[in-house]
Write a protein that binds this ligand. Structure first.
Ligand SMILES: [Zn+2]
Length: 64
């Protein structure tokens, strides 16, 4: 029996998300600032809509 099987090295890797993001943590897409919901985000209420903005660069960050 000379049959040999080759397995790609990547086959052993099952992790798809290199960044394991805890639930409830928001990230600013612009500067990378991260903080949990209810953290140091600036909260603006516009009617019934809550808007979170980054305290560092003022980018609007969605929490939905
Ligand atoms: Zn930011």
């Amino acid at each position: 029996m000379t049959h040999t099987e080759t397995h790609p090295v990547d086959a052993t890797r099952t992790e798809r998300c290199p960044q394991n993001r805890p639930k409830g943590v928001l990230f600013c897409p612009t500067c990378g600032h991260e903080s949990p919901v209810g953290g140091d985000w600036h909260v603006d209420w516009r009617g019934d809509t809550r808007s979170l903005t980054c305290p560092e660069c003022r980018t609007l960050v969605s929490d939905r």
